[in-house]
Design a protein around this ligand. Structure first.
Ligand code: SF4
Length: 215
């Protein structure tokens, strides 16, 4: 089970969400994933507006593998997810005006009692916190769009042909909303956040030239 980061590691209001009289910076689910990976990455893109590579070679290969997996998934049943029923939709656009958040989800399983987001990952590496909160953001969008609860999500590991469940608890939801607030606060305040403490991420980061406190 992946732990929830301790409260207070991200600045912002725990309740999150938009109010009618505030114009919120529009964010993508990938911004949530990037912030949890390293808070500076969405800041550099959205705040400092630095140019960046949208699609690297590795990402291009990942996109192709996603497409192959989607084609296979359409023929497969729901056994990998331990489900006996559910309607699958692929490459689903999700959007919440209330949260000012949107994204494209690999697969959405719709059941009468719940919505279940699924992301395909082309890796054998253990599920990272950034992927966990990416799924949580999709869950917030899916339950609003389908008007039914999203209490769990899955990551489907393509090389392993294995699905791992992620529980969308109240703590996970609250942290996801704090991430949204933290991204917006750093952009609005022009405050560069601290970078990741995991320096190996910096070695392969396109923004390393702007992080001269790393080495
Ligand atoms: S170089 Fe490191 S600290 Fe800077 S943006 Fe990249 S991952 Fe974050």
């Amino acid at each position: 089970m992946i732990p929830t980061p301790p409260a207070g590691t991200v600045p912002g209001n725990a309740s999150g969400g938009a109010s009618a009289d505030r114009l919120l910076l529009d964010l993508a689910v990938s911004d949530v994933r990037q912030h949890v990976y390293c808070p500076r990455i969405p800041y550099f893109r959205l705040g400092a507006r630095l140019p960046h590579r949208y699609v690297t070679g590795a990402m291009q290969e990942g996109i192709l593998e996603h497409q192959r997996t989607e084609a296979l998934e359409q023929r497969r049943g729901l056994r990998a997810y331990g489900l006996s029923d559910g309607e699958r939709s692929f490459d689903v656009r999700l959007r919440s005006e209330r949260l000012a958040l949107g994204g494209r989800l690999d697969m959405l399983i719709s059941r009468s009692s719940e919505a279940i987001p699924v992301e395909f990952k082309n890796t054998r590496a253990a599920l990272g916190l950034h992927h966990k909160y990416q799924l949580a953001a999709y869950a917030l969008l899916a339950e609003e769009q389908l008007a039914r609860p999203a209490r769990r999500a899955f990551v489907y590991f393509i090389p392993l042909k294995h699905a791992q469940v992620v529980e969308i608890t109240s703590a996970v939801r609250a942290y996801t909303k704090r991430v949204l607030n933290a991204i917006r606060a750093s952009v609005a305040g022009e405050q560069m956040p601290d970078g990741t403490r995991i320096l190996e991420r910096c070695r392969v980061c396109e923004f390393l030239p702007y992080c001269n406190d790393r080495w």
